[in-house]
Write a protein that binds this ligand. Structure first.
Ligand code: HEC
Length: 111
């Protein structure tokens, strides 16, 4: 019984790993300094809840959805700045406005 639970836990951990790595900007955006800094912030601050590839976890999926949910980037910036509900932290006292703009840009253009 315990052994089975161990393997279940192992599978869950493996599934988490398969949520992948934070994607790199590609094409014309490759090496864009703002997107690269946004990616670093994403990895350090956001990926643990939204998954490295943005597919979701404790926080909702953002990849491929966030521009529909927030057609205007400033609305998404406001969520990141001020938080949302009980689960999404406010970042305004942690990240600069430039950092918030960069990580939001990353979620919209790369994830
Ligand atoms: C502690 C976990 C956690 C961390 C860390 C976190 N988030 Fe969230 N995030 C959430 C949760 C939970 C929600 C859903 C909030 C709700 O709708 O009540 C959310 C919602 C969001 C939304 C709104 C999604 C929507 O469809 O309305 C955006 C955008 C977002 N997060 C971006 C980020 C960014 C960018 C970072 C890093 C700076 C980040 N989050 C860090 C948990 C987290």
């Amino acid at each position: 019984m315990l052994v089975a639970a161990f393997f279940v836990a192992l599978c869950v951990a493996a599934a988490c790993a398969r949520a992948g790595e934070a994607p790199m900007p590609v094409g014309a955006d490759a090496n864009d300094p703002v997107l690269m800094s946004g990616r670093a912030i994403w990895i350090n601050r956001c990926a643990r809840c939204h998954a490295p590839n943005g597919s979701g976890g404790a926080g909702p999926r953002l990849a491929g959805k966030v521009t529909n949910a927030y057609p205007d980037a400033s609305a998404e910036i406001a969520v990141v700045r001020n938080g949302k509900g009980s689960g999404m932290p406010a970042w305004k006292s942690v990240l600069s406005e430039a950092d918030i703009a960069a990580v939001v840009d990353y979620t919209r253009r790369v994830l």
